[in-house]
Design a protein around this ligand. Structure first.
Ligand SMILES: NC(=O)c1ccc[n+]([C@@H]2O[C@H](COP(=O)([O-])OP(=O)(O)OC[C@H]3O[C@@H](n4cnc5c(N)ncnc54)[C@H](OP(=O)(O)O)[C@@H]3O)[C@@H](O)[C@H]2O)c1
Length: 259
């Protein structure tokens, strides 16, 4: 299937590892040009090498801290106009209200909530002027199925779902699509760290974290490539009517009867 993405410039935040790197690789396989962003220039260089090895495509790299306005400004100055934006960089800590103090909460939201909003604010006007463009927000199932033990992330994700639905309901009038994808627990360094912390609390041994994935649909975590391929297809012109909505990728867990 030709996804008609050849030569498209795709800005992917948090593209140095995990879901973001998988998205960059999947876009490159379709002949698109990924522009990957994270704080670590060294990690970006490694990621670009991995994308090149897998696909032969040379990804552009930009180091910026997207939890600050200065980082977003410098990114926009270096990236220029893009055809597709994938908002993905996020690092919200797990824990309940008692675990996440005000400073941690605000710092997490600077990146995952305000970072997403401000990047959309930065790219949407030029997309609308050109009458074309796609924005995909990688959000998270906790927005649709909130969890007390991930309270800070659940609350940010619920806000991002509303933001995505509202912006993506208006943008088609100017030729732009805005939609979201809600991954459920997906294999990545970040998810492994969160499961290790839960394993300490629930099983008294962080080394037993894999046991916590056995009850998931299909008995396993989602793979990053499964989120990546869905994102790439949804950004392609083959999904031309997709906007103002958020796709839940949870294997049906939200509606499953507890075992
Ligand atoms: N994995 C899951 O189970 C899961 C489930 C639902 C939703 N999500 C969402 O999916 C997204 C990706 O998650 P992941 O698990 O793939 O995470 P990950 O493996 O930890 O990767 C996070 C990426 O974001 C970058 N990043 C972190 N802080 C940044 C900052 N201040 N400025 C710029 N870049 C920054 C990291 O690079 P540097 O550290 O070098 O900056 C890295 O490239 C997140 O928004 C997460 O909330 C993940």
């Amino acid at each position: 299937m030709d996804l008609k993405l050849h030569g498209q410039r795709v800005l992917i935040t948090g593209g140095s590892k995990g879901i973001g790197l998988a998205i960059a690789t999947s876009f490159a396989r379709e002949g698109a040009v990924p522009i990957i962003v994270s704080r670590s220039a060294e990690a970006l260089e490694q990621a670009a090498l991995a994308v090149h090895k897998a696909t032969g495509v040379v990804a552009q790299t930009i180091a910026a801290d997207l939890g600050t306005s200065a980082g977003i400004d410098s990114l926009m100055a270096l990236a220029g106009d893009v055809d597709i934006l994938v908002n993905n960089a996020g690092a919200i800590p797990g824990g309940s209200l008692a675990d996440v103090d005000d400073a941690k909460w605000r710092q997490a939201w600077e990146l995952k909530l305000f970072g997403y909003i401000n990047l959309v604010r930065a790219v949407l006007p030029s997309m609308e002027r050109r009458g074309a463009g796609v924005i995909a927000n990688i959000i998270g199932m906790a927005g649709a199925a909130p969890r007390n033990e991930y309270i800070c992330g659940s609350t940010a994700n619920a806000a991002l779902m509303a933001f995505t639905q509202a912006v993506g309901a208006a943008s088609p009038r100017r030729g732009v699509r805005v939609f979201g994808i809600n991954p459920s627990p997906t294999r990545s360094d970040r998810m492994e760290g969160m499961l290790r912390a839960q394993a300490v609390k629930k099983l008294g041994d962080e080394g037993r974290w894999m046991e916590l994935t056995a009850g998931l649909p299909f008995g396993r975590l989602t793979e990053p490539c499964e989120i990546a391929d869905l994102t790439v297809f949804s950004c392609s012109p083959l999904s031309a009517y997709l906007s103002g909505t958020v796709i839940n990728v949870d294997g049906g867990q939200m509606y499953a009867t507890p075992q």
